[in-house]
Design a protein. Sequence first.
Length: 275
Amino acid sequence: MHTQASKLKRMKTSVLNKLLIFGLLLNLPSQSMAWGMLGHRVVAQIAETNLNPKTKLVLKGILGNETLAMSSNWADFVKSDKSYDYLYNWHFVNFGAGLSSADIKGMLKADTAVNAYTKINFLVNELKKKNLPKAQKIIYIRLLVHIVGDIHQPMHTGRAEDKGGNDVKLTWFGKSSNLHSIWDTELVESQQLSYTEYTQAINFCSAKQKADWQHAPINAWITETYGMAQNIYGGVALGDKLSYRYIYDNLNTVNNQLLKGGVRLAGLLNQIFGS
């Protein structure tokens, strides 16, 4: 009886722990997840469809049955573990208002801070090392998949003083929200599609577009996204009540950024593993 009671107690504890973890994941603040879970999976799924055969084979050997879409939100999930707090600044790169493209490129050229730009470069260089342990490769691939998605969400190149739009308080369909959350999750989730359905709906680009997007350097990606962020800031005022019109005006930008993020991520992975 004592053994059976102990076994029952352990089973209850296991179930409670699983429920607690599930609850923590559900309650992660949406503003901490660029594109939210759905958008990150769309970026990753688009990337998966643009990998060359060698890259697919190498990634299969590293990740096993874990798809890029399943890898894509790991960097947000681990925010519940304080031992990963050092990753906080890896998700974004902030700038002031009113900078030119030359200003941004000059700042990035001299950039040594811990941010999305420097860490993408770090991850690419590390993943090219032949002697990198497999466990480290898995973590670095998950991070790269996520952060490339992050920097294609314009508010992840937003202003430090308002935390990338988190302090720009707005109303979304009658509920309190902010500019960052609207671009992270609300615009994408307004389409009410699964990540595979969303991918099928937008995963179209010409060979020239694909080549142009993939050949552009990472600093050009960020410069481009920064320009979008400035337009987004200029398109709202504190307290604005946003709904269907805002979706209509901005969905094409969202879809293009998801697509570019996926195509460019594939380009990086092909460069690292498929050449």
